[in-house]
Every structure is written in structure tokens, then in C-alpha cells.
Design a binder for this molecule. Structure first.
Ligand code: UDX
Length: 437
């Protein structure tokens, strides 16, 4: 079944969802309040770096299956299913999530909803938000309770957003009417065989944060082991390799290093703690405070490893930072561990030169005080120490002899444990990595 669909909010999630749903055959109108962004998207210009998404965007536009607008009235007239894909960043005044964009979207859309329709939340939200928004929606919509709400969390990873959306490992439908379930099952029918889990609102909201909290915990777990390895002279990379053979544990999200960043994991675990506290269940998640702390300590540790290679001080020393994105294959620098480390070194007197294959523009805009280079070699030229902080393939493949020829001091900090220590040491480098002897 093909639906006339709108996607409210054209950020990472919204653009991906809109283009992928057009690809599945639905007629999609996506909305954003930023008129300039809407114009660029209608011209086929993708504002983010995401594998395969630009192609999908342009294909949808060319086929007339996808269009962008700034008008809520047009969206309400157009759609029978409306997806809410707004951002829910961390609030400036604490750990909780800021859901004001979602509230504003419902307030703007609802007054134009005059016929039976389904509004579907996809954003990551504090549990209880769907219930609250359903009341708000039905109170404001002329259609009243013929404007139904559902919650359908998104699990996409940056860098794999298209694949994760078109071949998801599960679809979670938080619904409270048979109508909502029927529409969403038909809507996602073109995905083919996918496990569908139907829940109430609260469970659907929790699935998303529970999944991200688990992933964050797994990463901080292996990074806690890295701390112990450092104290004991053991090697966390071999430790993780051995753990991974136990398929109850598994090897994914078990890479020790600089830890997690990005627009999701850090703020999601904080919002989860804040919400659990409000619900009187704060104790259940107190361990997440430690998960966050372990993660942030890794950034300090990487700074320390670089300082040690410099004999104890960054003062006036040239430092190359390879990587600015929070992870490879993305230009996203939100809460990027790499840039956190770069800024810390700069604040301690180091002369930092950052290079990243795609996130350089974003990094330069956000932190003009840092130095930037146009290639890994340029960043490393004259550097006393080199830090690999985002594991782009082009960094993993760097030739230690070639890089050794341009630096002023052969010291490397492998912040992501992706280089071959033996090869770098053979080429005359002092090699340091978190969790390794
Ligand atoms: C995450 C979730 O994976 C996704 O399901 C959710 O919908 C949104 O949040 P994303 O933010 O794209 O996706 O990044 P992810 O691939 O999960 O990586 C998060 C961070 O963890 C990155 O900074 C990455 O470098 C780090 N990481 C990941 C590790 O430090 N070690 C690992 O073993 C894995």
C-alpha cells in the first residue's frame, strides 16, 4: 500500500526517512522550518555526508515521489501519515532532553489536521512523551481523536543510515489503536520480512534508549578493562579478541579506545538517567553515570599519552590530530571525542593541526581557533606527535615510513587501536595506545 506521507523535520533522520520511504514507493513531502535548507534539498543538494543518501534524494526528486516544503498547512493537506523526525538534544541546563522542537511541530501541524490521519513519532524521547503529545495533538486538531498517534523509534547508525532504514533488523510499533497498527504494518509492508514488535507507547519509547544505553555500556565496559590493562601491563585489544569468541558476549561494540561520542549515545544516556530520576527509578540507572564517566576519562587518557610522548608538556609543540568526525564515514562532529582532545591539547599550549577527510568544514566552523590542514601529511608535517582519533580507512592505511619522513618527532598515539604497533615501532615510531602496553 502506498501512502501520502509527510516527514516533519529534515535533519539526519528526517532526510534519510523521507528519501528511503520515497524509494519504497510512498509519496513523500518533507518539511523543515529552514527555508534555505528546503531550497537546497529541492535542488538535490544533501547537507550531510551519508553514503548512498544523495543518490536516493535525487532519485526521489526526479521521480516526483519526494519534495520539501516549509508549509505546515501544505503538509497537513498532503499527508495521511505524518512522521515526526525532530531533534531532541541535551538541554543546556542539565541532563534532560530538550523536546521543544517536537512540541512546536505538533503545535504547528495539529491545527491543520481536519481528516483522519496518523502522526508517528520517530525521535528519541523521554518515556511519557508520546502520551503527552497524543493529548496535545487531539486537543488541537479539528479532526479530534481521528488524528491518532503512534511511536516508531528509529535505530539508524550514521554512515549506514540508508541500509539501516531499508533493511532494519526490527520495526517497533508503539500503538494504542488497531487503526495505527494496521496503517503502520501496511506502510512498512514494502520492507518485506522484518520482525515487528508491537508495544504500548512507553515500551516503544524505552526500546530506543535501552538499546543505546546497552551499546554505551558495552563500549565503556571494554574501556574500563582498558584502564585495568594499563595498570596491570596487559593488552586490551587481545583481551577483547578473546572475549569476543564467547558468542554470548560477541565482538561488536567491544573496541577499546577513545570512546563514544556523536549526537545520540552521550545525550541519550544522560536523558535516560534524568527521566528515570523523575519517575523515581533513578537508582536503576545510576550505573550509567559511571558509563559516562569512564567514557569521558578515556579522552583525558589519550591527552595524557600524547603529553608523555612529548616529555610532559604541550607548550609550543606542533601536534597533528587525524580525525574530527565522531566516527568514520560521517561528517558529524557533535560531541566528537577527537575534537574534544584537539581542543584540550590546544588549551594546554599545543599547536594543533587537525585533518579529517569530510568533517573539516564543520570542524572549522565550530572551532575556528584550532589549526587545520588539507591532508594527513600536511597535518603531520613538522609535528612532534601525531594522534589518530577517528579511524578513517585512509588513516588506518597510513605508511609509517612515509609519515615518519615529514614529522619532527616520531611519536604516535593510536586513539582507536587500529594500527599495527609492530609495524610503527619497526619504522622508528614511539607507539602509544589506550589499554595497551
Ligand atoms: C547510535 C546507535 O548505534 C544507533 O542505533 C542509534 O540509532 C543512534 O546512535 P551512531 O550515533 O551513528 O548510532 O554511532 P555508533 O556507530 O553507535 O557509534 C557511537 C560512538 O561509539 C562512536 O563515537 C564510535 O566511535 C564509538 N564506538 C563504537 C567505540 O568507541 N567503540 C566501539 O566498539 C563502537
Amino acid at each position: 500500500m502506498r501512502y501520502r506521507t509527510t516527514v516533519i523535520g529534515s535533519g539526519y533522520l528526517g532526510i534519510t526517512h523521507a528519501a528511503c520511504m520515497a524509494e519504497l514507493g510512498h509519496d513523500v513531502l518533507a518539511l523543515d522550518v529552514d527555508a534555505d535548507k528546503v531550497r537546497r534539498l529541492n535542488d538535490g543538494e544533501l547537507p550531510i555526508h551519508e553514503e548512498g543518501l544523495g543518490e536516493l534524494l535525487r532519485r526521489g526528486l526526479a521521480a516526483g515521489k519526494l519534495r520539501f516544503t516549509t508549509s505546515y498547512r501544505e503538509a497537513a493537506d498532503f499527508g495521511d501519515v505524518h512522521f515526526l523526525c525532530l531533534g531532541t538534544p541535551q538541554r543546556a541546563d542539565g541532563y534532560a532532553a530538550d523536546v521543544s522542537q517536537l512540541d512546536a511541530a505538533v503545535d504547528a501541524l495539529a491545527p491543520h489536521l481536519t481528516r483522519t490521519c496518523l502522526v508517528v513519532g520517530k525521535s528519541t524521547v523521554p518515556v511519557g512523551t508520546a502520551e503527552r503529545l497524543a493529548g496535545r495533538l487531539q486537543g488541537l486538531a479539528p479532526a479530534g481523536d481521528r488524528a491518532d498517534l503512534a511511536w516508531n523509534p528509529e535505530f539508524l547508525r550514521e554512515g549506514f543510515a540508508v541500509a539501516d532504514t531499508l533493511t532494519p533488523d526490527r520495526v517497533v510499533l508503539g500503538v494504542r489503536t488497531p487503526y495505527a497498527e494496521r496503517v503502520l504494518r501496511a506502510f512498512y509492508g514494502p520492507l518485506g520480512e522484518v520482525p515487528v514488535v508491537v508495544t504500548d507507547f512507553a515500551t516503544a519509547e524505552l526500546v530506543k534508549v535501552a538499546a543505546n544505553a546497552f551499546l554505551a555500556t558495552k563500549i565503556s565496559y571494554i574501556n574500563a578493562m582498558a584502564e585495568v590493562c594499563e595498570a596491570a601491563g596487559a593488552d586490551v585489544v587481545r583481551l577483547a579478541e578473546a572475549l569476543a569468541h564467547d558468542d554470548r558476549i560477541g565482538g561488536r561494540f567491544l573496541s577499546a579506545g577513545l570512546g563514544f561520542g556523536g549526537g545520540c549515545l552521550p545525550k541519550d544516556i544522560r536523558a535516560f538517567m534524568a527521566r528515570a530520576g523523575e519517575l523515581g527509578a533513578g537508582e536503576a540507572l545510576s550505573f550509567l553515570r559511571e558509563i559516562d564517566a569512564i567514557n569521558l576519562r578515556r579522552r583525558d587518557r589519550v591527552v595524557e599519552l600524547a603529553r608523555d610522548l612529548l616529555g610532559g608538556s604541550f607548550d609550543g609543540r606542533a601536534v597533528a590530530v587525524l580525525g574530527a568526525a565522531f566516527k568514520p564515514d560521517s561528517d558529524d562532529i557533535r560531541d566528537s571525542p577527537a575534537l574534544h582532545v584537539a581542543r584540550e591539547i590546544q588549551q594546554r599550549g599545543g599547536l594543533v593541526s587537525v585533518y579529517d577527510p569530510v568533517a573539516l568544514d564543520n570542524a572549522r566552523k565550530a572551532y575556528p581557533e584550532l589549526g587545520f590542514a588539507t591532508s594527513a601529511t600536511e597535518a603531520a608535517r613538522g609535528a612532534r606527535v601525531v594522534l589518530l582519533l577517528t579511524e578513517w580507512q585512509e588513516f588506518v592505511r597510513l605508511d609509517p615510513a612515509e609519515l615518519g619522513a615529514v614529522v619532527a618527532g616520531r611519536g604516535i598515539v593510536d586513539g582507536r587501536n587500529v594500527l599495527d604497533p609492530a609495524a610503527w615501532r619497526r619504522a622508528g615510531w614511539q607507539y602509544r595506545a589506550p589499554g595497551r602496553p
